[in-house]
Design a protein around this ligand. Structure first.
Ligand code: ADP
Length: 450
């Protein structure tokens, strides 16, 4: 490694100056000759600058013009830097090729999008699953491929916490599950899985449950009709039969509830086709539900409403009411006398939430993740005694899902529970007659039956 260029150069300059001075003494013009020698020295450096610029046009393929002096040092240092960079590029290229060949071998489609969501790279599975034609489709927006509003919304929303299921482009029989992950600066990696088989099995199960439930409807109606008649007619119902008939009537009603709940679940799972979109006055709805809860709970439980958001909600009023009513009825059933239930309507930065809060018995943490499973109950016996079907929270979860909302449950055993229904901010609606933005309502009101 060279590092004595400066010393060599200093010697060279000293020799040039001394030579110039000597010649100046000989010719009788010390200053003039010395300046002329210095000018030649400067010109030689300018000549090196020019050679340097020429060399920089293609430094990897041209030999270093000079190996000595300060210019030798400059060339040596730049050559070292360039060689290190070449090595780094080679290593990166090998890594990139390894990544591309492993991504290409993946059974899932992988598409890398640029900052304007244009296709930058895709693997082979993407050509099969999405019908991409490469390299022709490079640079085209991925949205040109999936023209469904669901996909356009998925991309524009930029919230990729959940996957999106949709039909394959140009092939409705094929179902794809799509997830997106951010990488680099504003770039996206789209990973697409073929879930046709899983979707088909789910549909068979859903159709089976819906068909069985539907078939059970008529026999149950017939049984409950005859039982009612027999109970009403004293001649048809001798004394020893009264108790068994009451039991038959109760169990038939329970089965009818289960059948209705299963049919509703099947409808919601299949993607509710007749979803209504109306601006729902949440303060009014929660007020009515609180009133019903008071009737159900009696005077021993305080039920109040806390309205902090001024927004209405764009939703299906019947389904929304049914979901919140489920939570409120559960809160009444699980809150002992002296307890309190509060129905909140509040805003968060990106969402508006209905929170049903109680000071009841609470739920142990190990049960919380399973509560929205069908027929999952913390206490089987007590739930059945109250006529619970065990499907309530599963229905709530699905109703929120068809509204693109989420159910969250927080609870402390012995202290109470919070059931939070979080709706995305885009479902907020302006109350009728209100022109300005509605950030919140100042005059929160609280009602209590105490
Ligand atoms: P169920 O018909 O049994 O009420 P749900 O699906 O509505 O069915 O509720 C599932 C289980 O969650 C209930 O059995 C109960 O154990 C528990 N649960 C629901 N809400 C509450 C609550 N507010 N406080 C305590 N436990 C609750």
């Amino acid at each position: 490694m060279r590092n004595n260029g400066w010393i060599e150069e200093a010697w060279r300059l000293a020799v040039v100056l001394a030579g110039g001075a000597l010649m100046g003494v000989l010719f009788g013009h010390v200053l003039g000759v010395t300046l002329a020698v210095l000018a030649l020295y400067t010109l030689s450096h300018l000549y090196h600058v020019r050679r340097f610029i020429n060399w920089m046009d293609d430094p990897l393929n041209k030999d270093m013009p000079i190996q000595y002096g300060i210019w030798g040092d400059v060339y040596a240092k730049i050559s070292r830097l360039l060689n290190a960079q070449v090595q780094r590029e080679r290593r990166l290229n090998i890594l990139l090729k390894q990544f591309q060949s492993s991504a290409a071998a993946l059974p899932d489609a992988v598409v890398a999008l640029g900052t304007s969501d244009e296709i930058r790279w895709a693997n082979e599975a993407a050509q099969d699953l999405l019908g991409l034609r490469l390299p022709g489709d490079y640079g085209r927006p991925l949205a040109n491929l999936f023209r469904t509003p669901a996909f356009q919304q998925f991309l524009s929303r930029r919230d990729f916490s959940q996957t999106l299921e949709l039909a394959a482009p140009g092939n409705d029989a094929q179902r794809l599950s799509l997830r997106a992950v951010h990488y680099g600066k504003n770039q996206l990696l789209i990973i697409v899985q073929n879930v046709t088989d899983r979707y088909r099995v789910e549909r068979i199960r859903r159709d089976f449950v819906a068909n069985v439930s539907h078939e059970l409807r008529t026999p149950l109606t017939v049984i409950s009709g005859f039982v009612e008649n027999m109970q009403a007619d004293g001649d048809l119902c001798p004394a020893p039969w009264r108790k068994p008939l009451a039991l038959i009537s109760e169990q038939t009603a329970r089965m009818q509830h289960i059948v209705e709940d299963l049919l509703l679940l099947a409808r919601l799972e299949g993607g509710e086709k007749n979803l209504r979109q109306e601006s729902v006055d949440m303060a009014a709805m929660l007020g009515m539900l609180a009133e019903e809860a008071r009737l159900l709970a009696g005077r021993d439980i305080a039920v109040s409403v806390n309205i902090e958001s001024g927004w209405h909600l764009e939703a299906d009023p019947g389904l929304l009411r049914s979901a919140i009513s489920n939570l409120v009825v559960n809160a009444v059933h699980h809150t002992p006398p002296g307890g309190e239930i509060v129905l909140h309507w509040v805003d968060e930065p990106n969402a508006s939430c209905v929170v049903v809060e109680d000071t009841g018995e609470g739920i142990a943490p190990e049960h919380i993740p399973r509560l929205t499973e069908r027929f999952y109950r913390v206490d089987n016996g007590r739930s059945r005694e109250r006529g619970g079907t065990g499907l309530g929270l599963a229905i709530v979860k699905h109703i929120l899902q068809v509204h693109e909302g989420r159910l969250e449950i927080a609870s402390t055993p012995g202290e109470g529970s919070q059931f939070i229904c979080r709706f995305p901010a885009r479902l907020r609606a302006q109350p009728a007659g209100q022109l300005a933005q509605v950030p919140g309502v100042e005059d929160n009101y609280a009602q209590s039956n105490r």
